[in-house]
Design a protein around this ligand. Structure first.
Ligand code: NIG
Ligand code: FE
Length: 390
């Protein structure tokens, strides 16, 4: 099976812009760029803008129970912590997720993935973390893995130590994570990464280190929800453990930026979260000046219901003053790095998976420019059209 995408007006290949080109694909992989080879199938891009599929490298896409009821509290000005104290937050989602059957969780998550695909996501990470007991964390990971085996896009499962269940001490929960959850997740190879919500009121640096070091023994690579509400040494830990990424980073100090840069940890920025919480955005330009590679992701979760990576790119440009090219790089090749998948996905390069978006705009500048509508014309995964606008 071969496919030629011809008449590309502008191609962003993950690094730079190439004008007036074509992409030739064989058996789902990119074979050549700029050569109009004979192909079984031809797609005419009609001079439009073409780019790699989005890599959404941080999502909590699996959960049950929407939290739309929190919106009015947010508008009143309640903080994330105050909302959690009023009965919203992670605890609410945990109750709903525990009650949900595997079938229900699968159906709801698949619907979200369909929404992500329509907006151009061709690779997505999904975390557990709303079970908070062995049975339910495993249930979530089993569903993520079932979806991984059936979805049209690449799915990357992550085990997340998200919070301590009501009425339990964090240290006791950490013991359960280490003695029960990680051995099963590790032996059954249910997760590629282990992530921890390292934050005041959630897990301390010491507790996070303990969990992540143990997970490493099972081959799970570390990721950290770091410096979201406070700067308590979590990104320092990410640097120490050479984590695949440190995520959120709203409160990160310059000293820690230096450490992240030296350790080569990708900074995954999630601007949709401060958007829905009415907070300040991370200082992406300072991170770039320190030489940190930044990635972008939706953080899709019941607090931040965003499935659209185009919107995340727009927020990065307008609210974090990131240049369009940098934002697109962060949403594709750098996001692939945050998932240790940069050899397979995230760019239009010979030998990589043909994960390609044809956008209904003439240039990359229109991605942040045209806000509020879906700019996708076609989504191609492994050389096959999996979504088309008409
Ligand atoms: O990444 N910060 C922690 N976890 C999620 C939110 C989880 C929730 O509120 O349900 C996040 O933003
Ligand atoms: Fe998150």
């Amino acid at each position: 099976m071969s496919l030629l995408i011809k008449n590309i007006g502008e191609l962003f290949d993950g690094y730079k812009i190439i004008k007036n080109t074509s992409i030739y694909i064989e058996n789902g992989k990119i074979k050549s760029i700029g050569k109009e080879e004979k192909a079984d199938e031809i797609i005419d891009a009609s001079n439009k803008f073409v780019m790699p599929g989005f890599v959404d490298c941080h999502t909590h896409a699996i959960f049950s129970g929407y939290r739309a009821f929190e919106i009015e509290w947010k508008i009143e000005g309640l903080s994330y912590k105050e909302i959690a104290e009023r009965g919203g937050g992670i605890t609410y989602t945990v109750e709903q997720t525990r009650k949900a059957s595997k079938e229900k969780l699968k159906k709801e998550t698949m619907e979200r993935i369909e929404e992500m695909i329509k907006h151009g996501t061709t690779t997505a990470e999904i975390k557990s973390g709303y079970g908070l007991d062995t049975e339910n964390e495993i249930k979530m990971l089993e569903v993520i893995n079932e979806i991984k085996n059936n979805a049209a896009i690449d799915i990357v499962p992550t085990f997340l130590a998200h919070a301590t269940p009501k009425g339990m001490e964090a240290d006791d929960f950490v013991d359960i994570v280490i003695e029960e959850m990680l051995p099963e997740v590790g032996e059954r190879k249910l997760a590629k990464f282990c992530d921890v919500f390292c934050e005041i009121g959630y897990f301390s640096v010491e507790q996070s280190r303990k969990i992540l070091m143990e997970a490493k023994k099972y081959g799970m690579l570390p990721k950290i929800h770091a410096d979201e509400f406070s700067c308590m040494g979590c990104s320092r830990l990410a640097a120490e453990l050479k984590a695949a990424s440190a995520d959120h980073l709203l409160m990160t100090s310059e000293k820690e930026m230096e450490l992240l840069a030296d350790a080569g940890v990708v900074a995954t920025l999630l601007p949709a979260t401060p958007f829905v919480l009415n907070e300040e955005y991370p200082d992406a330009n300072k991170m770039l000046r320190y030489g940190i590679e930044i990635a972008l992701a939706t953080d899709l979760n019941p607090n931040c219901y965003v499935t659209n990576m185009q919107f995340v790119v727009q927020l990065a440009c307008y609210k974090m003053r990131v240049k369009p090219i940098e934002a697109l790089k962060a949403a594709t090749i750098n996001a692939a790095k945050a998932l240790k998948m940069e050899k397979e996905v995230g760019s239009v390069e010979v030998g990589k998976k043909a994960d390609i978006l044809i956008m209904d705009v003439p240039s990359h500048l229109f991605i942040p420019y045209k806000v509020g509508v879906n700019l996708i014309e076609k989504v191609i995964k492994n050389g096959k059209v999996i979504y088309s606008q008409q």
